[in-house]
Design a protein around this ligand. Sequence first.
Ligand SMILES: Cc1cc2nc3c(=O)[nH]c(=O)nc-3n(C[C@H](O)[C@H](O)[C@H](O)COP(=O)(O)O)c2cc1C
Length: 252
Amino acid sequence: MDEYPEKRMYLYDFTDGRKHHLKKIISFIMTGTLLFALTACGGNPQPSNTAQNTEEGSSAPEQEERTEIQDSSIEEPEDAVTSEAAEQNNILVAYFSQTGNTETIASQIAEYTGGELFHVETVTVYPDEYNDLIEVAKQEQDNDERPQLAAALENMDGYQTIFIGFPNWWGTMPMAMFTFLESYDFAGKTVIPFCTHEGSALGRSERDIAELVPEAELLEGMAIRGSNVDRAEDDVVSWLEGLGFYNPADGD
Ligand SMILES: Cc1cc2nc3c(=O)[nH]c(=O)nc-3n(C[C@H](O)[C@H](O)[C@H](O)COP(=O)(O)O)c2cc1C
């Protein structure tokens, strides 16, 4: 869709949409159940998703250890779990997001694949005002610009699968994602696009990505309506399952 109606109004959702509270409660209950079962069997309880605590855990008093494990299951930052799994899975979730919709989906993908998040941001900040933003974005596209990115990814070689996330801007990716895709060597890697949008779905972005990273394997992308991101978690899970990438760190 080349003609994007400038006057079209969207209900942006500024909540971050992540369901951390529920996840932590479920994690707490599951950890408690596991510890009870292991204790009843005379076993030595271990957290299911970390190998590094094994030695310390075996010599610590049982009550203290349980408390530590419960504490770590509640307090441990999600990023730490994600990073550990990401090292094993070699999955990167690189995304651009101006108003948070794509970021919500990117976070879910990272959580359910064990991937590592990378937020693609430009040196020049985009205008907050909607009409100004769409004008700037249109100009960038018309001029085939490559906006300078604020940060570089240091270890692209360490990733085999890269999810590429973006809002549909004027029918394709924001030009910052063109910069991102041209900045690294994707040969032999698997690239999986996802976007949020308000009607155009992935538009012509898959074709553009294929041209930008011709030596990568491009898998089927996913498009979620921006106004639906808070109800899209099941769709994200189904899509990841279909691709064979559903691998949540905590096994839920
Ligand atoms: C500059 C601009 C251009 C857009 N162009 C389109 C478009 O061509 N087609 C469409 O369906 N949505 C379009 N949208 C709507 C966004 O794709 C949608 O609101 C998206 O969810 C925003 O994602 P974000 O919150 O991650 O930035 C556009 C929005 C902006 C700001």
